[in-house]
Design a binder for this molecule. Structure first.
Ligand SMILES: Cc1ncc(COP(=O)(O)O)c(C=O)c1O
Length: 420
């Protein structure tokens, strides 16, 4: 599906004697994720009122105080706000990140063990580049963030995985983890809170992972992108177990907590050897992370702006989560849905409805987009265990619209079932 998108259009120059496109990139099919995003734009251009539940975007703009501060300071000192910085990032931002980790997690990570990256995704990419070679084995939970599967494929890695299902609040099975983290595992990837399920991993699971990683001498790559987006409970800092810090590579982003995804800013921290390699890679691949973004993050962390912003947005996101959850219960009672304590997404199992419609989740998502201008992501792009699910972003729309779009989906399903 989707390859027809790349058929030459009549305006393209004829492809005569074109030298090959590498297999490295050609193995990737256009992702339904990007195609649905394009569909949403196309529908909006055609004047349709689009209910978009597909983007992993924070629901509110960044703090206006923070934007003002960046603009004022950049005007005062334009040279330093737009110059090159060193590959590992601005030292004062690394100091601010170090203080932030102490404040929220109680952990001591020196600035020299931190590298500023171009988004969390680059931090994750670096973690894999540094700890694996093609053909090596990594462990991942299924479902997982869709881009991760593509990156693992891109790097030629073998995957061992365990499913996480709605019935257990998306907590993986301990026996499965014990069987699949072995002496051959180069890196164990954990994400908490998670995308697409928004669950916080149980402490006992993270403790088990820490113990197994020590026993098998494997790296732990811990993605903490959503560590501040929590409504009930708290983030679990895996760092505190045993000697975990010696094998831990933490992947972070400023895209979610201070809501600057377009600035492409994140960071990685870990043992000295890892961050030395990360800085080396950064220097080769893109020289430095976006410098105005580094300043913006610096201002957020060295004032009370980040804390105030989180206090402001979290109750709003929480209310939106509740509204979206209740809408599913009301309009789609046979969807198996779990109310997550964190994150930005619901991940309902729609098997009951999809089997009655005779559709898979991908075809369903495209038809729903086309007919009702309601955009949700098909669960199977997040892994086999996501099949027949939908990923529904709840933070980006106001309560009334959140409810209405889910109602429209329920009507769409009813209309189709009545026609069968
Ligand atoms: C689990 C997870 N990790 C990493 C990222 C990447 O974030 P960034 O925008 O900083 O690249 C995302 C983005 O949605 C995510 O969901």
């Amino acid at each position: 599906m989707g390859r027809e998108l790349f058929k030459p259009n009549i305006l393209d120059p004829p492809v005569v004697n074109m030298r090959k496109i590498s297999n490295r990139v050609n193995v990737f099919k256009p992702s339904p994720h990007r195609m649905l995003a394009a569909k949403a734009e196309e529908l909006a251009r055609a004047g349709r009122d689009v209910y978009n539940y597909s983007v992993g975007q924070p629901g509110l703009p960044p703090s206006s105080e923070l934007i003002d501060m960046l603009c004022t300071k950049a005007k005062e000192e334009p040279f330093v706000h737009f110059k090159y910085f060193s590959a590992s990032g601005m030292y004062s931002l690394k100091e601010a990140v170090s203080a932030d980790l102490k404040k929220y997690g109680g952990i001591d990570i020196p600035p020299s063990n931190i590298v500023i990256t171009t988004g969390g995704i680059e931090a994750f990419h670096f973690a894999l580049e540094i700890t694996t070679d093609p053909g090596d084995e990594v462990f991942l939970l299924d479902p997982s963030y869709s881009v991760y599967w593509d990156l693992l494929k891109f790097l030629g890695l073998k995957i061992r995985k365990c499913p996480q299902t709605v019935d257990t609040g998306f907590q993986p099975d301990e026996e499965c983890i014990k069987e699949n983290i072995t002496d051959k595992t180069s890196a164990v990837i954990m994400v908490s809170p998670d995308n697409p399920t928004s669950r916080i991993l149980d402490e006992k699971i993270l403790k088990l992972v820490a113990d197994l990683a020590a026993e098998k001498n494997t790296w732990i790559i811990y993605d903490e992108a959503y560590k501040h987006i929590i409504y009930e409970g708290e983030h679990i800092w895996i760092h505190k177990y045993g000697d975990t810090l010696n094998r831990l590579i933490s992947v972070n982003t400023f895209s979610k907590d201070i809501a600057i995804p377009g600035f492409r800013l994140g960071y990685i921290y870990g043992p000295k050897e890892v961050v030395t390699q990360a800085a080396k890679l950064k220097g080769i691949l893109s020289l430095t992370a976006p410098v105005p973004g580094q300043w913006m993050a610096y201002y957020a962390l060295t004032t009370d702006i980040k804390e105030k912003y989180l206090k402001y947005v979290l109750p709003i996101y929480k209310e939106r989560r509740d509204v979206a959850y209740e809408a599913f219960r009301r309009y789609l009672p046979e969807a198996k849905i779990w109310k997550p304590p964190a994150g930005m997404y619901l991940f309902p199992d729609m098997s009951y409805y999809l089997s009655r419609l005779g559709l898979n989740d991908i075809d369903f998502a495209f038809r729903l987009a086309e007919e009702k201008a309601v955009i949700m992501l098909p669960g199977s792009i997040f892994g086999e265990a996501g099949r027949n699910h939908l990923r529904v972003t709840f933070v980006t729309q106001e309560p009334e619209r959140l409810d209405k779009g889910i109602k429209l989906m329920a009507e769409f399903i009813e209309e189709k079932i009545n026609k069968i």
